[in-house]
Design a binder for this molecule. Structure first.
Ligand SMILES: [Zn+2]
Ligand SMILES: [Zn+2]
Length: 342
């Protein structure tokens, strides 16, 4: 037990010889600067907090900016902070920050006020985007020399999704522009690493070949060489669903990914894996879109009878065991004979 040197009261603990009431008496626990500048990007509407730009409601941003500027004395530990903002004009807000602090086991409250001023600016990403800044070009092409509309839409959707996903954690990533060119499409990108990751993603999804070529475009203000990199992605001509010839066998291509692909042999319906390095051996026999349909007439064991789509005579087709046979089946003609396409 000790006593307070100021009021003489007995107290369990003393701070600098004072009881908690005397110690706190008129003492400021928290303080705020006279004003806090909060920068907002006039293009994207995001607010700057430290080295980050964040999407916030204006009132929330204003209160967060004030709370971030709060200073607390060493002997006090803030337990909870609440804020209240009053708009003085659309660019000036008065903010009161109330803080409950723990001071040597005692709870004490204090409040401080400041003025948050909104400063219009353009964030780095937006200024780059508005200035058509780019570091990489992703060139999407095909082996056939012509990128179909479907291929273009599918690959661009993949690119856009991937950029949107990556931009969640890295807001400096964006697509500067997309340009349809002879033979394909060019995607201009804000970063080299983004170009690299997209090229890899497309290569894995389509078993595509990629090539990168850097180009010196000048020097930075501090004398560093500045490069742009072109990532060429050449999509193979084959697609899942096509009938292809692989090592002399007619097969349906059933899967393509970064490790290669899978095919089903149309003569025995056995599935085989194709290694990535062997994928370039695949030759297209019939594109998926050109595969014909035949009407099923009857079924007996491992065979079904269908109408020949060219002359409507009845022909036998071998089908895999347990195959679900509907009213029509996909067929392909190889050397004057029809084959079931599973
Ligand atoms: Zn006292
Ligand atoms: Zn911005």
């Amino acid at each position: 037990m000790s006593f307070c040197v100021k009021c003489g009261r007995d107290c369990d603990e003393s701070l600098d010889g004072l009881c908690i009431d005397c110690w706190l008496g008129g003492r400021k626990l928290t303080s705020l600067p006279h004003h806090v500048d909060l920068r907002v990007c006039t293009n994207c509407g995001e607010y700057e907090f430290g080295d980050r730009w964040l999407r916030r409601d204006r009132m929330v941003a204003v209160q967060d900016a004030a709370a971030d500027a709060l200073a607390v004395i060493r002997d006090a530990v803030p337990v909870s902070v609440s804020t209240e903002a009053v708009e003085q004009d659309p660019h000036v807000y008065g903010v009161t920050v109330r803080t409950v602090c723990d001071v040597m086991g005692y709870e004490a409250e204090d409040e401080a006020t400041t003025i948050v001023r909104i400063k219009n600016t353009v964030c780095r990403r937006c200024s780059r985007q508005l200035g058509s800044y780019y570091e990489a070009i992703l060139q999407i092409r095909t082996g056939s020399g012509r990128l179909s509309d479907e291929e273009r839409e599918e690959t661009l959707a993949m690119v856009e999704n991937s950029v949107a996903r990556q931009a969640v954690t890295n807001r400096s990533l964006f697509i500067t522009k997309m340009e349809i060119v002879t033979g394909g499409v060019d995607v201009y990108l804000s970063s080299m690493s983004l170009g690299k990751s997209l090229a890899r993603e497309l290569a894995d999804a389509y078993c595509a070949e990629t090539k990168e070529s850097p180009k010196l475009v000048g020097q930075t203000t501090d004398g560093q060489d500045m490069y742009r990199i072109t990532y060429l992605v050449r999509l193979p001509e084959y697609h899942v669903g096509d009938v292809v010839v692989f090592q002399g066998h007619h097969c349906k291509l059933t899967r393509v990914n970064g490790n290669g692909g899978r095919v089903v042999d149309l003569s025995d319906f056995r599935e085989r894996a194709v290694r990535r390095q062997d994928m370039s051996e695949l030759r297209i026999y019939e594109k998926a879109a050109d595969i014909r349909e035949a009407t099923v007439v009857s079924r007996s064991g491992a065979e079904i009878q269908v109408l020949d789509p060219s002359n409507y005579s009845t022909v036998d087709l071998r089908v895999p065991e347990g195959a679900e046979i509907g009213d029509t089946v996909a067929v392909v003609n190889i050397d004057d004979a029809w084959y079931y396409v599973p």
